[in-house]
Design a protein around this ligand. Structure first.
Ligand code: T1G
Length: 693
């Protein structure tokens, strides 16, 4: 065995040169890997004993891409493009033997081989677009030549991976290897040699693209198909252009075009933001005082109290991850309705071909409905998801304390209330914490894990692990009204409310927030959620915009009018002069003088209010680091990932600029705009939020 570099070896076995990569955790194509592959190819080509070459990886996966940690640093030769040029030019047959996730540069390496084989669980993808980039080592030029234009456009401009069976079907791999991958790869290459198979050099194969040379239709219709999801992002369009170059230009020129389009993205702010978010999402699991080896509890059976919208969605998360769920309701009709909604959701998934009927049945069979909390005696974790009433929650937690196992975790899904107060009614506060899911709970990735004063490290660590198992981004937050996300959301709501009272039409505020990159503005959102959420008809006294709207029966989409009006069966918001008049009259009664408000002021008041509150949340230790707050806003509130999150964005603008505006607003609008001490401190030290991550 030859040690090529610290991350790569070359062994000759039965006349086959096997380059083996070992660069934990994901065999990223850092310098030692790149150099190892280049040297391995070079030595194998020169060695007459070697008749064929295999590239394989140790550990959990084939190369999962370039080493993102290297980005932004001075490049170290050989670059991946150079390595793949050497690979592409090999006169001897080359094969990539794939397990795990051949992503990004990893798949580009495999595409530069003549052949590819994979095990059934392997995945294949070019997710660079999710980092605000595009495959920069020939992926946009080679993939269309192997799988065709339409499949390549989806894989490159949307960035989702495909499985091994599909990869075989579309010709991305030549064979599925059951059993030992290395053995299967060697046997495959022995067949190639014995049959003297022609070498399939991807860069010279134009079969699947030449028919569409000069055809812009396929690209324009794809652009339209992703327009909504790609809104505001730079990378998808550059991905499409790079694939167009593959179709319309000779390979070498296409590579050049790919390189230019890649550098455009690499030098932009969006990619920096999306790469920041990639690492920030992985940072959230690292809690300073919770060592990685903190003992954890074994969670197999989960109890959920409440089969309403939240309880049902939460149940689906656990069932999807294979947990047994006991779902508790107070009345049979509520339980039946809750189970019916879950079943309907799965049936819809099945009707889209994303799940078999058997799979639906097996998931439903994991749920046991009951009207008795006594049936929670054997569960390992309970999540209470009843409505936001502290007395009711306390009553439930008292009962759970007497029913459940002594070491069962008792979690509340409250979105605002004091978790410590709930824990205090039990004899086991160290087993109590909050698990704040976001609606719809089976869709939204964010999970705020609310750490109580007495929550034990083991319970917290266990809950973070469970969060990952149910495919959530679990972020630890402390106890305060609204924790982190909703506490910040309330500040934006405050400002958007004042803005319309001061004269800004709701559609202007909504357009500014939509154009900033959010999926929708605050007023369209309110109409969607329902104006009457949190409204009490018994005490309503026309003292807020919400009250006058609800008193007038304007409940939003569900009643056909709210801040906007809606045609029957259509959810498109239509500006409604009646609503504007109601707000204007109400504002006049409240003594507001109507004025023109600029889009810039609307944007700053809605966004800087978030930044200022985020800083206070950090000062109070409610969030561990600024990037956790960014992950909360990206995954829970639709903050555009290409702007990195409110704290990243503040650094992008310049924290000194933000501070200046906060001070101006404090003078104009009062104490509520007093700059957080942390912002004053960081600006004084010439630092940014990034220095706290
Ligand atoms: N570079 C550096 N570190 C990486 C990495 C990468 N590409 N991928 C993962 N890590 C780290 C990650 O930060 C974490 O570190 C650990 O590995 C485990 O990751 C030229 C330009 C492979 C599916 O976008 O999708 O190739 O926190 O927690 O859930 O065209 O990681 O333990 O210190 O995510 O099992 C393209 C990104 C790069 C793939 C594994 N490739 N990675 O998921 O583990 S750009 C990607 C993933 C590129 C070329 C272009 C996932 C995974 P730590 P993890 P996982």
């Amino acid at each position: 065995m030859i040690q090529l570099t610290e991350a790569a070896t070359l062994t000759i076995q039965e006349g086959i040169g096997i380059i083996s990569i070992n660069n934990p955790p994901v065999n990223a194509l850092g310098f030692p890997v790149r150099k190892g592959i280049a040297d391995g190819i070079d030595q194998s080509v020169k060695d007459d004993q070697v008749k064929a070459i295999i590239i394989i990886c140790e550990g959990r996966t084939f190369c999962a891409g370039a080493d993102i940690k290297e980005f932004g640093q001075p490049p170290k030769d050989p670059g991946l493009g150079d390595v793949l040029e050497v690979l592409d030019a090999s006169p001897k047959p080359t094969l990539a033997a794939i397990h795990g996730t051949a992503f990004g540069g990893g798949l580009e390496t495999a595409l530069s081989c003549h052949f590819r084989v994979g095990i059934p669980s392997a995945k294949f993808g070019l997710p660079e677009v999710k980092l605000g980039l595009l495959p920069g080592a020939g992926g946009t030029q080679r993939l269309p030549r192997v799988v065709g234009i339409e499949k390549a456009l989806k894989m490159i401009a949307i960035g989702n991976p495909i499985g091994a069976a599909e990869a075989l079907k579309v010709g991305l791999i030549d064979e599925l290897v059951e059993g030992d991958l290395k053995e299967g790869a060697i046997n495959f290459m022995k067949k190639v040699l014995a049959e003297n198979r022609p070498l399939k050099k991807v860069s010279e194969n134009n079969e699947k693209i030449e028919a569409d040379r000069g055809n812009s239709e396929v690209f324009d219709s794809f652009r339209k198909s992703i327009a909504r999801k790609a809104r505001g992002f730079d990378a998808p369009e550059n991905c499409i252009k790079a694939v167009e170059a593959a179709v319309n230009l000779p390979f070498a020129e296409g590579l050049e075009r790919e390189r230019n389009l890649f550098m455009e993205l690499m030098q932009g702010n969006q990619s920096a933001a999306q790469r920041y978010a990639f690492f920030a999402e992985r940072q959230v699991a690292k809690i300073p005082d919770i060592p990685k080896d903190t003992p954890q509890l074994d969670i197999k059976k989960v109890g959920i109290i409440g089969a309403g919208t939240m309880g049902g969605g939460i149940a689906m998360n656990f069932v999807n991850a294979g947990f047994q769920v006991t779902l508790v309701e107070t009345k049979q009709e509520f339980l039946d309705r809750g189970l019916g909604v879950i079943k309907k959701n799965y049936d819809i998934t099945a009707s889209k071909g994303k799940m078999s009927a058997e799979e639906v049945e097996s998931r439903m069979s994991l749920i046991t409905g009951t009207l008795s909390m006594e049936d929670l005696a054997d569960v390992d974790m309970v999540i209470e998801a009843v409505y936001e009433n502290m007395d009711l929650k306390k009553e439930i937690f008292k009962k759970l304390d007497s029913i459940c196992k002594a070491d069962a975790i008792l979690a509340t899904n409250t979105s605002y209330l004091d978790v410590n107060e709930i824990a205090a009614v039990t004899s086991r506060p160290e087993f109590v914490l909050g698990t704040h899911f976001f609606s719809p709970a089976n869709v939204m990735r964010l999970l705020e894990v609310v750490r109580g004063e007495k929550t034990s490290k083991s319970v917290l660590a266990t809950t973070l692990t469970i969060g990952k198992k149910i495919k959530k981004v679990a972020v630890v937050v402390g106890v305060c009204h609204g924790f982190a996300g909703n506490r910040m959301f309330a500040q934006r709501a405050r400002e958007s409310n004042f803005l319309v009272l001061e004269g800004a039409p709701v559609e202007q505020v909504d357009k500014v927030i939509y154009d900033f990159g959010f999926p929708m503005g605050p007023y369209v959102l309110r109409d969607l959620i329902g104006m009457d959420v949190g409204w009490n008809p018994k005490t309503s006294s026309s003292s807020t915009i919400q009250e006058i709207m609800c008193e007038a029966g304007r409940l939003g989409q569900k009643s056909g009018s709210g801040f906007y009006k809606y045609e029957v069966g259509n959810r498109t918001p239509i500006p409604d002069p009646e609503a504007l008049q109601m707000i204007s009259d109400f504002a006049a009664k409240q003594g507001y003088d109507k004025r023109e408000i600029s889009d810039d002021e609307i944007k700053k008041r809605c966004i800087y209010s978030l930044i200022n509150e985020g800083a206070k949340i950090l000062e109070e230790g409610i969030a561990v680091r600024p990037s956790d707050i960014d992950i909360i806003w990206i995954n829970g509130y639709g903050w555009p990932v290409y702007l990195g999150g409110p704290m990243f964005y503040a650094d992008l603008i310049g924290l000194d600029q933000v501070l200046e505006t906060l001070k101006e607003y404090e003078g104009r609008f009062g104490e509520v705009w007093k700059p957080a001490a942390l912002i004053e401190k960081l600006v004084g030290e010439g630092k940014g939020f990034k220095d706290l991550n």
